[in-house]
Design a protein around this ligand. Structure first.
Ligand code: HEM
Length: 399
């Protein structure tokens, strides 16, 4: 379904450029201006509506009959075509069929046998990096669990595993509106799709892996075989970068808010609540979109049928209408209704795994590290993802 501007725009509109470099790096003031305009506002530059309030984003995500995903959840037509039919971009019975396969290794019960391994890996990793006194929290800390454990479970052939991080990041850039960043990333996306079709196939995948289970399900008639390559993207896309960005943002927030780190160290039972607060403050995925299937009003503002609305999880999570003092990092807040993992039928299937990795890591850090100090930082300039490409930290350790 092409992204075509509606013939008549009623309601608030804005000329703000959410995808300008400086806004991507620091979007909070822009998000607030958009929230203040109304429940949704039309973005003149992108010919799409922006939902930035918690209530609007939550409503859109939970109303798939009006806002289906099968027309794509990206912000350009090309990408919406590429991923057509994967779990993220399907509805109803099709979505149920593929989601039930993709979620199988990711339920709390299925993950239980991995818990001890992840905890042991996290402890050993923290011992290693802390012994150095300083490290890059991206490559030396956050990469480890997703890259060594998760990519192995996905089960791609070896040369694919090495490329997964690059592919995932470039793929998410392609989710954005058709700007230079999106265009540049399409080349790498082609490589990823070619790999998913030619290499991520039975015989080449690790026996017993998650990717192989998708092909097994197709062989049993549970999903159409031609869906297997796009379903590979359900794992190849979101399983690594998102968690890596979340872990790194957590370290950055704890460095900037030492009093909050003290609270976690004093009572490590606060770790799950702190993880929710990190995902609220610094949602690793800032925005996806939805097609508008029928005319629909949100708080008196019309979204016309055929238009597209961008759902800003990152802005909704900082909505002062929903969270008091939303820019304050408060590990005791426990915002269980944050939208960092989405909501409704497409809520993240990997959230239990991401939480497990983060919990293991921050419990291990809480036992050793008394202070994080940021020595150097470099934010990722990315259409969709929020996090760091580099975060040099030094640490003080407990005696
Ligand atoms: C901190 C880490 C993560 C974050 C912040 C995150 C975020 C999200 C969000 C916001 C959505 C909702 C998309 C929508 O509204 O349409 C989503 C869906 C999804 N995520 Fe995650 N994710 C994370 C980790 C993972 C992991 C580790 C995996 C896989 C192992 C994964 C696999 C998926 C899949 C397959 C979907 C699509 C679900 C569906 O459409 O039914 N995610 N994720």
């Amino acid at each position: 379904m092409t992204i075509t501007p509606p013939t008549i725009v009623t309601g608030p509109r804005s000329n703000l450029d959410v995808y300008a470099d400086d806004v991507l790096l620091d979007p909070w003031v822009t998000y607030r201006e958009l929230r203040d305009l109304g429940p949704v506002a039309y973005l003149d530059r992108y010919h799409m509506y922006a939902a930035t309030r918690h209530a609007s984003v939550s409503h859109i995500l939970r109303t798939p009959e009006v806002f289906p995903s099968a027309e794509g959840v990206m912000m350009n037509d090309e990408m919406n075509k590429v991923l057509r039919g994967n779990t993220l971009c399907s509805d109803g019975a099709d979505h149920d069929a593929s989601r039930s396969i993709v979620v199988r290794p990711l339920t709390p019960k299925a993950l239980r046998p991995l818990e001890q391994q992840i905890r042991d890996e996290a402890r050993a990793l923290v011992d290693r990096v802390v012994a150095n006194g300083s490290f890059d929290a991206v490559t030396q800390l956050a990469h480890h669990l997703p890259v060594t454990i998760v990519s192995n479970l996905v089960g791609l052939p070896e040369e694919g595993r090495e490329r997964m991080l690059v592919w995932a990041s470039e793929m998410f850039n392609c989710f954005g509106p058709m700007n230079e960043r999106t265009r540049a990333s399409f080349t790498v996306l082609g490589e990823m799709m070619h790999y998913a079709t030619t290499q991520a196939v039975p015989g080449k995948l690790k026996p017993g892996s998650w990717a192989e289970a998708i092909h097994d399900a197709a062989a049993q008639g549970k999903v159409a075989p031609e869906k297997c390559p796009v379903m590979m993207i359900d794992y190849m896309g979101p399983s690594l970068d998102t968690t890596i960005f979340a872990i790194t943002s957590a370290v950055w927030l704890f460095a900037r808010n030492p009093d909050q780190w003290d609270l976690v160290r004093e009572d490590p039972r606060l770790v799950p609540s702190a993880i929710n607060e990190v995902l609220r403050m610094e949602a690793p995925i800032q925005d996806f979109s939805r097609y508008v299937a029928v005319d629909h009003e949100i708080d008196g503002v019309l979204l016309p049928a055929g238009s597209r609305v961008i759902t800003y999880y990152g802005a909704a999570n900082r909505d002062e209408r929903h969270y008091p003092d939303p820019d304050r990092f408060d590990v005791r807040r426990n915002p269980t209704d944050h939208l960092g993992f989405g909501a409704g039928p497409h809520a993240c299937v990997g959230m239990n795994l991401a939480r497990l990795e983060m919990k293991a890591l921050f419990e291990a850090l809480a036992a050793k590290v008394t202070r994080f100090h940021v020595d150097a930082e470099e934010r990722a300039l990315h259409n969709i993802l929020r996090g760091f490409t580099r975060l040099d930290v030094s640490v003080d350790v407990s005696a």
